[in-house]
Design a binder for this molecule. Sequence first.
Ligand SMILES: Cc1cc2nc3c(=O)[nH]c(=O)nc-3n(C[C@H](O)[C@H](O)[C@H](O)COP(=O)(O)OP(=O)(O)OC[C@H]3O[C@@H](n4cnc5c(N)ncnc54)[C@H](O)[C@@H]3O)c2cc1C
Length: 616
Amino acid sequence: MGKTDILESTIESNNLSDLESLHIDYEKLQGRGGAFLISPVDKGKVFSREQFSEDHKMFDQAAKEYGENRLLEVREELNVLNKDLSLDIFKEMGELGFLSTDVPEEYGGLALDKTTSCIIVDALSSGRNASMLVTASAHTGIGMLPIVWYGNSDQKAKYLPKMASGEWMGCYALTESGAGSDALSGAATAELNDEGTHYLLNGTKIFVTNGAWADVAVTFASVNGKYTAFILDKNCDGWVVGEEEKKMGIKGSSTVTFFYENCKVPVENVLGKVGDGGPIAFNVLYVGRYKLGVTTAGGSKYIIEGALEYATEREQFSRSIKKFGMVQRKFANMVARVWEGDSINYMITGSIDSALAEVDKSADNYFDIVQKTIEDHGIEASISKIVGSETLAYCTDEGLQIFGGNGFIEEYPMACAYRDERINRIFEGTNEINRLLIGGTVMKKAILEEIPLRDAIAHRMENWLPELNISDDEPLFLEARAIEYCRSFMLFCLHESILKYGQDLKNEQWVVEPFANMVIALAIMDTGFKRYNQLDSGDHKDNTLQVLSLSVADQYDSIIKNGLDIVNYLFTGEKHQEKVDIINKWQAATGYTPNRINSQKAIVATLYTHNKYYLN
Ligand SMILES: Cc1cc2nc3c(=O)[nH]c(=O)nc-3n(C[C@H](O)[C@H](O)[C@H](O)COP(=O)(O)OP(=O)(O)OC[C@H]3O[C@@H](n4cnc5c(N)ncnc54)[C@H](O)[C@@H]3O)c2cc1C
């Protein structure tokens, strides 16, 4: 019997009398990836910026000041390729410690938590320059992390101190012309020379961020069919750097092709072991994804600010355009989307940090544990990437619309932002690939019982609205029920899809995509509610309430649309009616009828009082 069959039969055989034995210990899910899939809104906590420590706040302040005082001043100059200035800034960032948070102290790093690394790139968004953030993020993430995680002590000692300080820049060369999303299908090869001293690399890598400026590259090639990671540096003969690409956006960052022409890499520069290339290539991408979620959600705050500044000054029909309802609705939606991204991002870093809090940093297997913990949060990392990049896309599009014709003119900031944001839905795994990963990983977690999804499905088959420890006179009681309904609907769709397709579900993209959308919407609602619920009473909590109300209303619609797409596709005839009746019965039982316009009006009123995104 395969694992899927076990999942199916166990769920099928559960009846009400078995449910008592299916006790789920939600406490144990703290720090586990995917916990939000099953933990009700009254169980489990999430980390959020309201819980930043004094050290977190210090880094936040320092990076924000650097962004506002240094990056903002040279923002225009950094929007075109400017190697000298970019390298100066890069070195300054190194001196300020912004590049070394993930590097162990013995190699010149600060060895700080994941939340701090994210706070830094988030706060640097105040410099409003996407190109420089891409340069710094490629270095600290995909460029340097493979050496931190997989390097031996000699490799770490040779490369990390100079990379942490900003003296050397790193890059990551994986993509080939025939191997993009299917990243491990690359044709580059590496052959050991007769003396056994060097590997000779041959092949071509494309789209390498930082490529023309980098001193060190982590790259990949097959050794007798075994995909392997290598560290290249400027001493490797045969590493040929191509021309700069002419790009649509992030024009101030370097993107080039590498040609390996018998490129001579010392054997001691194999990263990990021969054949370890696959996990090395993929594991660092999880971090790249949630960091991209942070920079994009962070950047969106400044899009709101820029659009609001313009809307305040621009008059049509004898009044400021910010007074028009249709403009106001755009602002309200932007604020809600940004808050959702921000909530998701720190929920993830907090969960990873809490899982790692007790682990001994000096233990030999410390970085194994770090990788496994981050991999365990793969669903969340993909959600962060999707939510952040789609939030920035939404905000930039609406921001440009608020600028009217001026939005289309290069002299104004929205045109550049519009071009810059587009890449975020493509690199670090396209958003399609990330949706595939979400669907596939939820299924894997169910089948391998990494979290008790099976028990949760069994619990909820009979009762979609479990009793909550939330009083019915609480302001968000109905929202809480709506979220639990959505959680049950998502689990219902997972169950029905697995019953229909078994393990092949991961290949049924027509179903996987709407299912991933349900998971994303649920993560947003669940995280937002838990973040709100933990706040102290006061203005901040009241302001958050308006945003959460709109967020839940929007995500609820997304769950119902995507869930019905799945159910309407999976079933026909009487079976279909039976399933739709179940869905409708429980939906009616929620009693939830959102008043979206009231929430939007309240959000705009608060935004106009603060004149900027106000939930930081
Ligand atoms: C500016 C820039 C910087 C970059 N920086 C780096 C870098 O530093 N290092 C590096 O190694 N790479 C880098 N890349 C490469 C980037 O990661 C890839 O472009 C990306 O992964 C997509 O691969 P691709 O371009 O080959 O698109 P393809 O894989 O050809 O995809 C084309 C379309 O098909 C869809 N698609 C593909 N496979 C599937 C599937 N299985 N199911 C559903 N849809 C699918 C995709 O979502 C996409 O919409 C960069 C790219 C750019 C443009």
